[in-house]
Every structure is written in structure tokens, then in C-alpha cells.
Ligand binder design. Structure first.
Ligand code: WTA
Length: 567
């Protein structure tokens, strides 16, 4: 059985009701992602099928069938309900890639509460802005991450519960803390799932913009309609697949396709909660006989760097289908993967706000290495002029990517920030904030972002957040943060800093500032380099021109500097 029907066939008469019908969903009915990802699969006769195979850093393994997923997430739901968590309360998941994260996600949704996944490497400062914005009621976390929550407890009166999934029996719990042992908790057979509807909020994912605080992207349960079908058609998930999505559910790929797309399609998925090494990854694929692998360009480039010899140690013939997301996938990586795995990574393009794949290399379609492919059936996407917001109508021109709003997994707003949400629409188009061209055959070619956000290894970093952290250091007068080129991560963070009077640039000061910001930022947002300079380039109105510093780092033309103050 294959899901592959040609792209041209698929777009003919496409309607999202295809997905609704496959999921037996009638408009107006209840729709709960937690139910669709566990109970429904059991109802389809797959209760005993492995749903989640988890491997920890020391090789320990845990397995959950779809029935386990159903009952264990019921247990999570019951526990949260008994604590007094109400529908639409925000429950933050702040954990490594452990089973509690995956099953907890479904449990929170089952009681109609909103899941707020946050990357476990976030420090207390990254945590507080996101918890404050969401006014989060409960955080589910591990013992090792709890100190970061404790540190900011005083500033969060609305945070009522810190749920520790691996408490130390020898130590008393702290203020507002409660223990929850997921595997051994009661697992109610007949759990009453909250009757969420299509527009009931489901997931709140935080993403960084150029200015201001991170934005909480609000999704709803109806997003399932997009996530299920794109997972089935683009990732080509089939009943017999053993699927591995390498993304962490702190980010949208790890939830849309690492949880929702995978489980709603009833596949077996493997999760590895261990650091990256080429050997580890290939061993994992070989051991679990992974057939479908969804990863990211930075990981692929790291594997390229590790060389072809290491691949020969493993039997990777199980791999059937590969896909990539998050950053530009360079043509070399596509060609390399075809050479070493016999399969090319198919590039897919989308973002936190779109909730599901928008543009991709559709299975069976001719691949043009370096191109992101074509819009998913049902998605109207084009490039438009940045001034008139009108489509060009002719191929080859570079413009803003523009998508017609209305697909099921489109974000519904930015949490408590409707104003910024509205700015994402121009002339009837949704603008993801990226630039591209389209060739005569309708393939999209990514050019770059349309803002100053840095995409390092697939993670979006706001220069504003890094600059703010730098400015808190007593020696720093001003700072400007841009990207610089890097082979593996494509781009990394570089900070330009001017010093206050009385401070001199030195190696020691460099180190001191680095250590200072390390405590404030997630490791992903850390500058790789600080350059001390006399003055920063500014516009006459005093705005720092990151564009000039960026161009210098990338060896590009500086462009129009007519508004530059200190030229
Ligand atoms: C970038 C990740 C080039 C883009 C799912 C987008 C890409 C941002 C691609 C979203 C791709 C994502 N080629 N760039 N195939 N996929 N991007 O919200 O700038 O973490 O807007 O979602 O990553 O990142 P986000």
C-alpha cells in the first residue's frame, strides 16, 4: 500500500474534506487531538501496535502500545483534572524528550487545556517571558529542570503547580510542587475527554521575531486536519512504517509531526533522547529498522561532515523515505543523501505559524536539488512584490512568500498580541516573512528571511533577545546581533558590542560577557563571537543598521547607506 498518487492528481479537486472524511470528522462534531492520537487508533483495531519506542541516553528503552498511549494519557488527564486544571488553562511541558513529554501532550489536550511546550534547555529568563505571557497555570517538568522554575516562582503568582515527573523520594518537594509518576499512576479506562470543538485552542508555541518578546502562536484542535494529511501524503506515513522525527517537541516540528501527524496516522514512532553523533544516529536507524526519517539540514550537514566511511558500518537499507525541514536544504546535501542512502532528503517548508507543511517536494515529484518544491494541495502560495503586495505573475522574480489564509492548521492569533498577528497579513495574503522566487515549473527557491531573525541550525533566534541580554552587562554600552556563515548550522550568532567609558576590549572581558549571557539565553541563542567596535552603524534617526554588519559578515554588497549616520 502506498499513499503516493501523483501531485497533479492530488491537486485536482482537492478539498480539506478529504482529510475530514478519512478521520470520520463531521463539521460541528467534537474534535480532540488527544483522542485522535490514541483512542481512535485503538478503535481502528491497533490497540496492541507499538506507538512509541523510546531510547534514553544510556540506551535504556521504554515501549508503549497505542492502548498504553490511550490509558497513560487518560491518567495524565485525570491527574491534572484532580489538581483543578481547567479547560483552556495553559500547561507548560518543560522536559527532555522523555515519554512523559509525548504522552503528557496528549493528556493535557484530553482535558481541553492548552499545551505550552518549551525547550528544556531554556534558562530561567527565557522561561519567564514565555510563562508570563501565557499566564501558565502548571508546569510539568523533571527534577533536573525544576530549579529554573523555582528561581522565578516569586514573579509568577498565577503558576499554581510544578509537577515533577521523577521526584527524589529522599527529598521533600518544594513550594507548589507535586509529584507525578506517569507510568505508575492510575490509568482510567473510561476517561471523559473534554468535548473540544474545531476552534478550541490546543497548542501554544513560542517563536522569536526581530523585535519584542517571543510570540505565542495559538493553534486549535482543527489543525489536526492539516497535520494528519500532510504527514500522510508528504511524509508518506504508512501503516508498516517505523518513523523517526528527530525534532524536539519544544519546537513545532516535534509536535506537528513528532506527535500529532505521527500518532493520528497510527504509525510506530521511535524517539531518541540522546546527544548527536553520526554513530549514534546510524545505530539507532539500524537497530529500530527506521523506514521514514524526518530531520533537519543542520543534522544532515553534520552527518556529511562525519564522512561516508562511518555509514558503511551500518545496515541502513531499511530507510524508505527521507524529509527535511527548518532551514534551507542545500543541493549538496540532497545529492549526498541520494548517493549514501540511495534516497534524497525531500525538502519541506513551513513554520510555527502555519502549523503544517506548506511547500514541499512531494513524493513522486521530480526533485530539483536546492528547491523547496511546490505548495501542498489546497495551499495557494506565490511570491509577491514587497511594495505593492501583488503577485508578480511572471516566474523568476524574487519577492515575499505569500499564502492565501484559510488552511486548517493556520495559527489563530498571537497570544495576547492581536496587533502583531494582524501585521502578518497584507492585501489578503498571509506573509510568513521569507523571500523566494518561483521557476517556470512552479518550484519555489528559498532566498532568505525578510527580517533580521537568525536561523541557526533550524532554531530562530531574535537578535533583540540576545542584544537585551548583552545590554544588561555593566560594561556593554550598545550591541547589535547578526548572523555569520557556518558550514554546519548555516548561520550562527555574532554580537557587535561597544563598551562604556572605562572599559577596554580584552579576552577576559569577552569571556566574562559570554559567561554572563550564557545564564540568560538558551544555548542555541549564544553568540559564537563577540566583536568589540568603536561605534555601531546607525540611521540618522538612531536605529542600529544590522544590515550593514550582516553584509560585512557575509561578504555582500552593503547596498543603500543614504540613511547612515556615521558613514
Ligand atoms: C525557515 C520550523 C528554508 C523559514 C518548521 C521559516 C526554511 C522558518 C525551511 C520557520 C526550508 C523552514 N527552507 N527555510 N525548507 N523551513 N524554514 O517557525 O525562515 O521554527 O519562516 O518552524 O524557518 O521556523 P519555525
Amino acid at each position: 500500500m502506498t499513499n503516493i498518487i501523483s501531485y497533479d492528481e492530488r491537486i485536482k479537486n482537492f478539498d480539506w474534506s478529504i482529510s475530514e472524511k478519512e478521520l470520520d470528522y463531521q463539521p460541528g462534531n467534537d474534535i480532540n487531538i488527544g483522542w485522535y492520537c490514541s483512542d481512535r487508533i485503538c478503535k481502528l483495531g491497533k490497540a496492541d501496535k507499538p506507538a512509541l519506542i523510546w531510547e534514553g541516553s544510556s540506551g535504556q528503552e521504554k515501549r508503549y502500545t497505542y492502548n498504553d498511549l490511550r490509558l497513560t494519557s487518560n491518567g495524565v488527564g485525570q491527574f491534572l483534572r484532580d489538581l483543578g486544571i481547567k479547560p483552556e488553562d495553559r500547561v507548560c511541558l518543560f522536559m527532555d524528550k522523555i515519554p512523559e513529554l509525548y504522552i503528557g501532550f496528549l493528556g493535557v489536550l484530553k482535558i481541553g487545556a492548552i499545551v505550552q511546550p518549551l525547550f528544556s534547555a531554556f534558562g530561567d529568563e527565557s522561561l519567564i517571558v514565555r510563562l508570563e505571557n501565557a499566564q501558565t497555570t502548571a508546569v510539568i517538568t523533571q527534577r533536573k529542570h525544576a530549579p529554573k522554575v523555582r528561581k522565578i516562582l516569586d514573579k509568577m503568582p498565577y503558576l499554581k503547580h510544578i509537577i515533577i515527573v521523577d521526584p527524589d523520594p529522599a527529598k521533600p518537594l518544594g513550594e507548589r510542587e507535586v509529584a507525578f509518576d506517569m507510568d505508575n499512576a492510575p490509568k482510567p479506562e473510561n476517561f471523559v475527554i473534554f468535548p473540544t470543538k474545531a476552534e478550541s485552542p490546543s497548542v501554544l508555541h513560542y517563536t522569536s521575531g526581530t523585535t519584542g518578546q517571543p510570540k505565542g502562536v495559538k493553534h486549535v484542535h482543527y489543525s489536526l486536519i492539516s497535520q494528519y494529511l500532510t504527514a500522510k501524503w508528504v511524509l508518506d506515513l504508512q501503516d508498516s512504517d517505523i518513523y523517526w522525527c528527530t525534532a524536539d517537541p519544544g519546537w513545532v516540528t516535534g509536535t506537528s509531526y513528532g506527535i500529532i501527524g505521527a500518532f493520528s496516522n497510527g504509525v510506530t514512532q521511535c524517539v531518541m533522547d540522546a546527544g548527536f553523533s553520526a554513530d549514534n544516529w546510524y545505530k539507532f536507524i539500524e537497530k529500530h529498522r527506521i523506514t521514514m526519517w524526518y530531520s533537519a539540514p543542520t543534522a544532515i550537514r553534520s552527518l556529511m561532515k562525519a564522512g561516508d566511511e562511518v555509514i558503511k558500518k551500518y545496515d541502513l537499507s531499511c530507510l524508505r523515505h527521507l524529509a527535511s525541514v527548518g532551514e534551507p536544504l542545500n543541493s549538496e546535501a540532497v545529492i549526498w543523501s541520494e548517493k549514501v542512502f540511495g534516497k534524497a532528503f525531500l525538502d519541506t517548508y513551513w513554520q510555527t505559524e502555519t502549523g503544517s507543511i506548506m511547500i514541499s517536494n512531494y513524493p513522486g515529484m521530480k526533485i530539483k536539488p536546492g528547491s523547496m518544491g511546490k505548495p501542498f494541495p489546497g495551499i495557494t502560495a506565490t511570491v509577491i512584490d514587497a511594495d505593492t503586495f501583488e503577485p508578480f505573475g511572471v516566474p523568476g522574480k524574487i519577492g515575499l512568500i505569500a499564502i492565501k489564509p484559510g488552511w486548517p492548521s493556520m495559527m489563530r492569533t498571537y497570544w495576547r498580541n492581536e496587533e502583531t498577528y494582524k501585521k502578518k497579513f497584507k492585501n489578503g495574503w498571509y506573509l510568513p516573512g521569507d523571500r523566494s522566487s518561483i521557476d517556470p515549473e512552479g518550484y519555489f527557491w528559498f532566498v532568505g528571511r525578510d527580517d533580521d531573525v537568525i536561523n541557526t541550525g533550524g532554531h530562530l533566534v531574535s537578535p533583540f533577545e540576545v542584544e537585551s541580554a548583552l545590554l544588561e552587562h555593566p560594561a556593554v554600552a550598545e550591541s547589535a546581533v547578526v548572523s555569520k556563515p557556518d558550514f554546519v548550522n548555516m548561520e550562527v550568532v555574532k554580537a557587535f558590542v561597544t563598551l562604556k567609558p572605562g572599559f577596554e576590549p580584552s579576552k577576559d572581558l569577552d569571556l566574562e560577557i559570554m559567561n554572563f549571557v550564557r545564564k540568560k539565553l538558551s544555548p542555541l541563542a549564544m553568540p559564537q563571537e563577540i566583536e568589540f567596535i568603536e561605534t555601531l552603524p546607525k540611521t540618522r534617526s538612531g536605529k542600529i543598521m544590522r544590515r550593514i554588519l550582516h553584509a560585512k559578515e557575509w561578504g555582500e554588497e552593503i547596498g543603500d547607506t543614504s540613511t547612515l549616520e556615521n558613514d
